[in-house]
Write a new protein. Structure first.
Length: 138
């Protein structure tokens, strides 16, 4: 228990690093509870225009474990009841992923995960833009 307690600052730093990397590349991302006192090992991130279901598939293919639901429904594809209770609508909740770190998580794993999240979000956004017939940059 003491070892886990001692790991809290490091997990918080790694959680914050994950969020910083994602926000730097995807500035429209939303970190739920960012300015609140929250769990040091958990991040709930909304990625507009990148639905959680598609993100979960792409990230799973790359070996990244995350969830689109709340902790009590990990692996669920339905929106988090926690986010809905916080006042977010189903569409907002459906674009949200939850990441949980452990005391064994490394900086290298966070850097890799952040890069893969960014790639997956960009891929889904490009596919949505292509499907809707939008021309980007015009």
């Amino acid at each position: 228990r003491a070892r886990l307690h001692a790991a809290i600052p490091r997990m918080r730093d790694l959680r914050d690093l994950l969020e910083q990397r994602i926000l730097a590349a995807l500035p429209d991302a939303v970190i739920h509870g960012r300015d609140a006192d929250r769990l040091p090992n958990t991040s709930s991130i909304r990625l507009p225009a990148a639905d959680a279901a598609g993100m979960l598939i792409l990230l799973d293919q790359k070996g990244i474990a995350c969830s689109g639901g709340s902790a009590c429904h990990s692996g669920a594809l339905h929106p988090s009841h926690v986010l809905e209770a916080m006042g977010f609508d189903a569409a907002h909740a459906a674009g949200t992923l939850r990441f949980s770190l452990s005391h064994l998580t490394t900086r290298e794993e966070i850097e890799t995960a952040a890069g893969l999240v960014i790639q997956a979000a960009e891929k889904i956004r490009a596919l949505k833009d292509e499907a809707s017939g939008e021309v980007i940059g015009v």
